[in-house]
Write a protein that binds this ligand. Structure first.
Ligand SMILES: NC(=O)c1ccc[n+]([C@@H]2O[C@H](COP(=O)([O-])OP(=O)(O)OC[C@H]3O[C@@H](n4cnc5c(N)ncnc54)[C@H](OP(=O)(O)O)[C@@H]3O)[C@@H](O)[C@H]2O)c1
Length: 317
């Protein structure tokens, strides 16, 4: 079984890789227009999601990331239907953009009902907002930990300063800030330059890397001749200039992958995993992708390969 390590300085033991379930579940009504569904075209239905869930757990990839906001709760509902004692669930507050900190306890109860659980392993504040006072929210998070409804507290899309505020508020209650979930990949290296990665190291916080495959750009699937469908094609790096700039990167990923018998996607994930502070959560739409992603746990890059990839993607810092 793959190694586990504590999430930040919390008691929750996690694998070095998780699964992003943002596109899972059947959305109804307006929730069908959720940005992720429009951008990615959704996952591939219950059977494939169940298979992705099962092969991930069998490979030791037991951490699943969702959010109250994903497709109006459909992603959480799907994880609730799948259910396994082995699975660790990370979800996020809030369910709506209008929510304030004091809405958290009620929305946590709603998430737990959709997830069919009495606790979540990691509860994250999805994004900072003027409506949500960070110390107040962290105090309510600490209450949820004390009540046994939450095992570890995390944040998402927080700057270094916001992390420090959350960390200090939780520390007053004797609780560590376990994680900050931010966009991080070879094609989005801002956490290295905006202080977030350094602050994670300093405070002992795990950086959960979302979009670790740059929404699929690092898999080598997409080229100027084969752009993705859905809204994704209009966003960086899938515009024509972005895909042209990407070509040498995917060629390098492929070359390194061939040395290890691995795919470009596995090398891109491995580059993140080689850093102990980072835990990537690639989205998988089906069994095949989930299996392939889990295999990122089963090899190592050499220091020279890690450095070569670092140099080749400096323009994305
Ligand atoms: N906190 C936040 O604000 C936030 C924001 C965004 C995402 N997230 C989280 O991060 C997770 C992952 O992000 P993401 O799904 O947006 O981006 P991603 O993980 O970078 O890319 C996922 C996409 O890459 C393709 N893919 C995945 N595995 C593959 C494989 N082995 N081989 C080939 N293609 C593969 C699939 O798309 P195709 O097959 O269509 O190419 C898949 O939908 C989400 O599920 C969510 O949990 C959090």
């Amino acid at each position: 079984m793959p190694v586990t390590q504590p999430l930040g300085r919390s008691d929750v033991l996690v694998p070095r890789l998780g699964v992003g379930a943002m596109t899972w579940g059947e959305a109804h009504g307006l929730a069908r227009l959720h940005p992720a569904k429009i951008a990615y075209g959704g996952a591939e239905g219950l059977d494939e999601e169940r298979a992705a869930w099962q092969v991930s757990i069998a490979a030791g990839v037991t951490l699943f990331d969702t959010a109250a906001m994903y497709a109006g709760g459909a992603s959480e509902r799907r994880l609730g239907e799948l259910s396994s004692d082995a699975a660790l669930i990370a979800t996020k507050f809030p369910a709506t953009l209008r929510a304030g900190a004091d809405d958290m306890p009620g929305q946590l109860a709603d998430s737990l009902a959709r997830l069919r659980r009495d606790h979540v392993d990691l509860y994250q504040h999805h994004f900072p907002s003027r409506r949500v006072d960070i110390p107040r929210l962290m105090d309510l998070m600490a209450d949820a930990v004390a009540a046994g409804r939450v095992r570890a507290v995390g944040v998402s899309n927080y700057s270094a300063d916001q992390m420090r505020q959350a960390h200090a508020a939780l520390a007053r209650r004797g609780i560590p800030l376990a994680s900050n979930q931010v966009q991080y990949s070879l094609l989005h290296r801002r956490p290295e330059t905006n202080g977030v990665l350094d602050t994670c190291r300093e405070l002992g916080v795990t950086l959960i890397a979302y979009q670790p495959l740059a929404s699929g750009a690092l898999t080598g699937t997409y080229t100027r001749a084969n752009r993705p469908r859905g809204l994704r094609r209009y966003r960086k790096p899938f515009d024509r200039r972005g895909l042209a700039a990407l070509e040498p990167v995917t060629a390098l990923l492929r070359e390194i992958g061939e040395r290890h018998g691995r795919t470009p996607a596995q090398v891109a994930l491995r580059w993140l995993i080689e850093n102990d502070t980072i835990l990537p959560i690639p989205g998988a739409k089906n069994r095949k992708q989930a299996m392939a992603n889990a295999e990122a746990l089963t090899f190592h890059l050499t220091q020279d390969e890690i450095d070569t990839l670092e140099v080749a993607t400096r323009a994305w810092r």
